[in-house]
Design a protein around this ligand. Structure first.
Ligand code: AMP
Ligand code: MG
Length: 419
């Protein structure tokens, strides 16, 4: 049996980041920048006001106070988006709005609140004078050009993941497109004579194919593009026919047919069609696993990850091995989910020296995380997966983790309720 780490290392060594694509900035969320972003301009592009107020000379108002009001003549008003070329000279002020360029001469902006503007504005007349009621340090409320970003500065580095703030930065610099590592296309094939497609009536002894959908959903959350190939019966021709559909894919994920049942023919077929190893991984759920390359044609082979058929096993195996592979192809440096330490509220059992990943609901109370198993842990029980936001680990060399014991938890979802 392989340890989880051995299986992980063997699989991950087969993947590297994919090629670059150029994308509209909004479509690039979650993708990784392929090159440094160098600013073509200063941000802000010109000195501008940080407040609504009056652009003045510091020298005029440095001694101003409630009892020593300084009266200035208003020579202009400048809104954001306009440039005022009038010069602020001794005894004058220019009314200025937030974001408007600082007029020549001015070296301080006094906010409205520090003036008597409200008192004066009782009449409808246009204000001609203003009194300053307090002083501020020279250059206060003036945002210098290049304060945020300077021309030529590397503002985002290659390898950065595009999030909302990065989209904002790119837009503020005028970039409508950006170069990122493209998303992998992941073909998904379910195998099994018992499987029925959605929309069909269930025949006797049949079940709906849920793995195609849970895995496709997991691929989307991991940042990949799923391509559902549908169901292949457990026979050579069915599987062979589906292989003709994977030529544009970066990874093929199959489910079922990798365990030891009589009809697990997938194993034989895949072995003759490529170079695929079948492993037992020391974990529960998801012991049987396949990995290698499948020959899609005589000249092209693509990586294949064969997940076990049981619905929870398939999801957990994807979580441990498929998701990191997708993140590698996306060029992400962190491959694994965040882990937290928490206190178990009821026991987890380990019967055969495998590493147990128990479905738990993680909550937080007074700064401590608690992990509560969400119900029956059979590898076919998808409902207890649905209630879980984490997988609590019982190491392979321990028979049981008891209530009150500390466990490591892999956070499969980290929602606001937990944080
Ligand atoms: P197998 O690996 O073929 O032995 O399948 C193990 C179990 O998983 C069996 O109970 C299958 O019916 C079930 N199973 C296999 N494929 C799927 C699927 N695509 N959706 C739901 N259950 C499945
Ligand atoms: Mg089967």
């Amino acid at each position: 049996m392989l340890s989880v780490e051995e299986a992980f290392d063997r699989i991950q060594s087969a993947f590297t980041p994919l090629e670059e694509e150029s994308k509209p900035i909004l479509d690039a969320i979650g993708q990784v920048l392929t090159s440094d972003v160098v600013s073509p301009l200063d941000l802000p592009p010109m000195p501008n006001s940080g407040m609504d107020g009056y652009a003045v000379l510091y020298n005029d108002v440095k001694d101003a106070s409630e009892n020593n009001r300084v009266e200035l003549g208003i020579i202009a008003t400048v809104p954001a988006g306009q440039v005022c070329n009038k010069i602020v000279t001794p005894g004058t002020a220019i009314r200025i709005m937030t974001g408007a360029p600082i007029p020549p001469g001015a070296d301080l902006v006094i906010p409205f609140e520090e003036t008597d503007e409200v008192e004066r504005q009782t009449s409808q007349q246009k204000l001609e004078h203003i009194s300053i009621l307090s002083s501020l340090p020279q250059f206060a409320n003036i945002r210098p050009s290049g304060e945020d970003v300077k021309t030529g500065q590397t503002i985002l580095q290659a390898g950065t993941v595009v999030r909302a703030a990065e989209v904002g930065i790119l837009a503020s610099l005028g970039f409508s497109n950006v170069g990122v590592i493209r998303r992998p296309i992941v073909a998904i094939l379910s195998t099994g004579d018992e499987l029925e497609s959605l929309g069909e009536t269930l025949g006797a002894g049949h079940i709906y194919d849920s793995n195609s959908y849970s895995i496709a959903a997991s691929v989307i959350s991991a940042g990949g593009i799923p391509k559902i190939l549908g169901i292949a019966q457990d026979n050579f021709h069915a599987i062979h026919a589906k292989l003709s559909l994977v030529s544009d894919s970066d990874l093929l994920i199959t489910s079922a047919g990798v365990s030891k049942g009589d009809y697990d023919l997938v194993k034989d077929i895949l072995t003759t069609q490529g170079d695929i190893d079948f492993w037992s991984v020391r974990m529960r759920p998801a012991k049987p696993l396949a990995f290698g390359r499948i020959n899609e044609s005589s000249t092209n082979s693509i990586p294949l990850l064969g997940l076990p058929g049981n619905p929870v096993s398939a999801m957990v195996a994807f979580e441990m091995f498929g998701r990191p592979a997708i993140r590698q192809m996306l060029g992400k440096s962190r491959l694994l989910r965040p882990m937290v330490q928490g206190v178990l509220t009821s026991p987890i059992y380990n019967t055969d020296q495998r590493r147990v990943y128990a479905r738990v609901e993680v909550t937080r109370d007074k700064g401590i995380y608690y992990a509560s198993p969400t119900g029956p842990q059979g590898s076919n029980i998808l409902s207890s997966m649905s209630q879980a936001n984490g997988l609590a680990i019982c190491p392979e060399y321990i028979n049981q983790k008891q209530a009150g014991d500390t466990v490591q938890i892999l956070m499969t979802d980290w929602n606001e309720e937990v944080e």
